[in-house]
Design a protein. Structure first.
Length: 408
């Protein structure tokens, strides 16, 4: 097979005496000997892997796959911020400057439901309720869910976990709640210094209690936000989880990131150039403690900024390109009308503009393109570039791919 047919997105990763061939576009991986690697580099495919190679490592159309992951995906995933209010006062909150006791009104709810009914095209619909703290507005979660029961519908929530009691979990399950993201940032003393109620009271114990029940009711992502102040406390948190019987969760470590306003808590942030090294270290700890490592742990995936259809609406009916921009009026993309139509306000924040970050020769020929598609739009803005600017971190992705050895 001539080398011209080999995918641009094949990467060789050395693992002791062997090599792993990984394709960042298809996700296929093969373990190879040195001799097999040499044969492939010379354009000769070993007979025993020819079928697998042909399926996962030859030229693929990145534009088609990008389209399949965005416009042709088979699930409709709009987001509604039910409130900018929160019962927590987390030290590093990216919405601190935007927190208000404002809740979604009836016109926005009508517009959101009408938008779904106009645009779901018979697809399964998974709404994400976001905040602030969405469970401060359970009433509207139930109202919206009741009005969408005529379609194939379920919903997820991004919550601090303090209000997801057994009774609330049981009730919301009946309305369609299937996915939950909850955050714990360390063992009790560490977590309570970072994620506390707005009266200063610690939240660790109530979250642990609620999490223990929720893990067997929903698909639970347990997020851990990491910076210099808690990076060495993760072992103790993982041990606490095991001791409390919390093992049916997907652990999702993330670096704390800043926003466009000033927050002294962000002085503890780990520099972005080092974060993938840190994430790899944390994943190794997660594995050592016996928790499952998801196969897509090292892949960024497609950001909602690339999918205009999956709107993110706030309580005012403002439409934003992604969750990270919510509350900042400079990044309002459009307005949700009561009839479900969208009035475009800023054409420079659309998915077409987001795609400009990677639709250039340098990115298209980069083996790591499918892991980032031009990088995070929010980070591009934080770095002083435009919304459509390239946010390249190929060196970080090289580090990340070392982690593939854990799966092959």
């Amino acid at each position: 097979m001539p080398q011209k047919f080999f995918s641009n997105y094949n990467v060789f990763i050395k693992d002791r005496d062997d090599y792993i061939l990984f394709n960042t576009l298809t996700g296929y991986a093969l373990r190879l000997s040195y001799d097999e690697k040499s044969m492939i580099e010379d354009g000769n495919i070993p007979e025993d892997i020819e079928d697998a190679f042909s399926e996962g490592f030859i030229t693929g159309d990145v534009n088609k796959i990008f389209n399949d992951l965005t416009m042709e995906k088979n699930i409709f995933e709009p987001t509604l911020l039910l409130t900018y209010n929160c019962n927590f006062d987390c030290s590093y909150c990216f919405q601190k400057d935007y927190r208000k006791r404002i809740y979604v009104n009836d016109d926005v709810i009508d517009g959101f439901i009408n938008y779904i009914n106009k645009n779901n095209n018979g697809m399964k619909t998974r709404v994400t309720f976001f905040g602030g703290e969405p469970l401060l507005n359970i009433k509207d979660i139930k109202r919206i869910s009741e009005r969408l029961k005529n379609i194939e519908y379920e919903f997820s929530i991004v919550t601090n976990g303090s209000l997801l009691t057994e009774n609330v979990a049981d009730e919301l399950y009946n309305y369609g709640l299937r996915y939950v993201q909850i955050t714990l940032d360390g063992p009790e003393e560490v977590h309570n210094k970072r994620r506390y109620f707005d009266n200063g009271r610690g939240s660790f114990n109530i979250i642990m209690k609620n999490l223990k029940y929720a893990q067997n009711k929903f698909n639970v992502v347990l997020r851990i936000n990491i910076d210099y102040s808690n990076e060495n406390e993760i072992d103790e948190l993982l041990e606490n989880l095991k001791l409390n019987g919390i093992n049916n969760v997907r652990i999702d470590p993330h670096m704390v990131h800043e926003n466009l306003f000033r927050n002294e808590a962000w002085d503890e942030n780990i520099p972005r150039k080092n974060e993938y090294i840190e994430i790899k270290r944390i994943w190794n700890k997660i594995k050592e403690h016996g928790f499952k490592i998801p196969g897509d742990a090292f892949r960024l995936g497609i950001c909602v900024a690339h999918i205009d259809r999956d709107i993110i609406a706030d309580p005012y009916g403002n439409i934003y390109p992604c969750w990270a921009f919510t509350g900042d009026e400079k990044y309002i993309k459009g307005k949700l009308n009561k009839n479900g139509d969208i009035t475009l306000i800023n054409k420079d924040l659309t998915a077409d503009k987001a795609a400009m970050a990677w639709k250039n020769d340098e990115c298209i020929n980069c083996p790591y393109l499918p892991m980032c598609f031009g990088g995070c739009r929010f980070f591009s803005v934080l770095n002083g570039n435009s919304f459509s600017g390239k946010e390249c971190r190929k060196d970080s992705f090289r580090e990340t791919l070392e982690f593939i050895k854990e799966f092959i």
